[in-house]
Design a protein around this ligand. Structure first.
Ligand SMILES: CSC[C@@H](O)[C@@H](O)C(=O)COP(=O)(O)O
Ligand SMILES: [Zn+2]
Length: 204
């Protein structure tokens, strides 16, 4: 096996395991969610469209370029590929992107009518990029859902580089990222925890 093949296999395994983890947590119901990883050589590995993300195999991971085009003609990458590649294009430090549809994120995004959900005073805020204290507010932007992903990407674009905790799409789900898969998964777990806390507090 070449070094390039081994690197691809590692990335595909990380994606498969991330899907299993997200499924265990209930964040990818039915065929929801998508997962990608940028390799050191710049190749982008992403889940194919459809299929359950808890039951992925490496055959469900395909290569796309930075503009979101599958390298192999006829392969169908995630319907939301452009939301991944725009993050990679904007920041060379990003190495993994995760998208899930949790109950807390979906419900909160439909109840809150503001353009962002503020998260304040939580110790777990320190899981997000650049955060060193609980004594702060991190805003999670809320974008309107759109089946036209290219158009949705243009709405997200002006916010790139200014979303330490990721973002929410209304009635749809969350996007988070990190330098590697472990960091992206930790941020997703942190964000889901904080969204669940926000939802619980709204019931008191
Ligand atoms: C269960 S429908 C969910 C899809 O419409 C979409 O939002 C999603 O997250 C998964 O799409 P996919 O094309 O498999 O990456
Ligand atoms: Zn989705």
């Amino acid at each position: 096996m070449t070094e390039m093949d081994a690197a691809w296999d590692d990335a595909a395994s990380e994606i498969v395991r991330a899907g299993q983890r997200m499924d265990q947590r209930g964040w990818v119901p039915a065929t929801a969610g998508n997962i990608s990883r940028r390799l050191a050589d710049g190749r982008i590995a992403i889940t194919r469209s459809g299929g359950h993300k808890g039951f992925l195999t490496s055959a469900d991971v395909i290569e796309v370029d930075i503009d979101g085009r599958p390298r192999v003609e006829g392969q169908r990458s995630s319907a939301e590929t452009l939301l991944h590649t725009q993050l990679y294009a904007a920041d060379p430090a990003i190495g993994a992107v995760l998208h899930g549809h949790s109950v807390a994120g979906t419900v909160l995004s439909m109840v809150v009518r503001d353009a962002a959900i503020p998260l304040s005073g939580y110790e777990v805020l320190k899981v997000f990029e650049g955060q060193v204290t609980h004594d702060t507010t991190v805003e999670v932007p809320l974008f309107e859902n759109d089946q036209d992903i290219a158009r949705l990407a243009t709405v997200v674009a002006p916010h790139l580089g200014r979303m330490p905790a990721g973002y929410l799409i209304r009635g749809h789900g969350v996007y988070v990222w990190g330098a590697d898969m472990a960091t992206a998964l930790a941020r997703l777990e942190g964000l889901e925890f904080l969204l669940a806390c926000t939802l619980e507090r709204s019931k008191l």
